[in-house]
Write a protein that binds this ligand. Sequence first.
Ligand SMILES: Nc1ncnc2c1ncn2[C@@H]1O[C@H](COP(=O)(O)OP(=O)(O)OP(=O)(O)O)[C@@H](O)[C@H]1O
Ligand SMILES: [Mg+2]
Length: 367
Amino acid sequence: MTLDLLQADRIRCLRAVSLEPSRGLTLLHGRNGQGKTTLLEAAYLLATGRSFRTPRIEEAVRRGGGPLRVAGRVSGRAGETDLAVVVDGGARRLAADGAEVGLEAYLGRLEALVLSAERERVLRGGPDERRRFLDRGIAGLAPAYLRTLGECRRALEQRNALLRSGGAGRRAEVEAWDERLAAAAAAVHRRRREYAVRLAAALAEPARAVFGPGETLTVAYRPSPAAAGEAGPHGFEDAYRRALRSGASRDGALGFTGEGPHRDDLLLELEGRDLRKYGSAGQVRAAVIALKLGKLRLYREERGENPVLLMDDFDADLDEERAGRVAGFLQEESVQAMLTTSKETLAGALGVPMRKVRVVEGETRAA
Ligand SMILES: Nc1ncnc2c1ncn2[C@@H]1O[C@H](COP(=O)(O)OP(=O)(O)OP(=O)(O)O)[C@@H](O)[C@H]1O
Ligand SMILES: [Mg+2]
C-alpha cells in the first residue's frame, strides 16, 4: 500500500503541510527541530490513531492552539481511502472516507512500521522490550493473540497474589492456578515460538542486505523456563506445570512466579556473539533495521502488500555504505519509505533515486 497524500496541521511545529510522498523513497531533510520527525509522527498517527513519541497525544497538539489535524489518501489492495484524525481539547476523532468511525473500524486501512530512537530500545533495553516486540508483531498478524496474552497475564497475577497472601499454606489453591497458568502460558509460548521461527526466516535476506557479506545475524527465541522450552511446543504445558510445582516453595518465599512467559527473551547474535553485549552502535542499529525489515516481510507474506515504512534519523550510526545498502534494499523490495536526516548531502551519498523534501520551520519545500 502507499500513502499518496499526507496533510498535517498544528501537530507540534507543523503548519498546514501538504506532502505527496514518492511511491518509493522520500527523504525529509532539514536542520534540527524543524519538524521532520513530526511528519513521521503525523503519518503514524494517521495509520494508528496514536503517536509513537508519546502515549499522550495532547502533547503533540500545537502549543497555543489546536485542533491538530492530519489527513491523507491511501491506496492499496482494498482500493483508495481518505483518512483523517483530529485531536481537539483532549478528544480524538477518526474518519474514513468522510465518515466518523471508532478505532476498531478505523484501523487496518494504512499500515505503518516505524523505526525511531523510541522504538530502538528493543535491542539495548531489557527483555521486556523484546517480549513487547514479539507480542506486537504477533498481534499485528493475529489481533486475537492479545486475548491469549491477557489470559496468561491474569493467571500469573492471580497466582502471584495468592503466593503473596501466604499461599504456602494454600497449596491446593496455588495448584489450581498452576493449571490455569500452564495452559495460558502454553498458548503464548506456541505463538511466540512460531513467530520467532517465521521472523528468523523472513529476516535472513534483509539481514544479508543490511550487513553485507561476512556478518551473519541470527535470532532465537529463549523461552522460560528453558527446560520446558526444550520440551517443544506440545510438551511445554506439562513441563511448565511440573516446573511450577517444583518451584512452588521458592515462588512462595519470593512472593511471585519466577519462571514463565513473563521471563522470555529473544536473543540476537552476530557471528554467534550476543549483540546486546558486544555489538557496536552501528551493528546494533543495523540489526534493529533488519528486524524491522523481517517484520515487513512477514506482513507482506500475510497480507500480500507492503506496509509503509517510517524511518527516523535514517543514517544515525550507519556508515554511508551500509546506509546505501539499506536504501537499495528498500528500493528493490518496492517499499514506500519516508526517511529523515539532518544531513542534506545524504541523498547523493545513497545512490538510490528518491524524492527530496526540505523541512524548514514546520513547513515543507521541494528540494
Ligand atoms: N506541542 C508543540 N507545539 C509546538 N511546537 C512543538 C510542540 N512539540 C514540539 N514542538 C517543537 O517542534 C519541533 C519538533 O520538531 P521535530 O522533533 O519534528 O524536529 P526534527 O526536524 O525531527 O529535528 P531533529 O533533527 O532534531 O530530530 C521542535 O522545535 C519542538 O520544540
Ligand atoms: Mg527528529
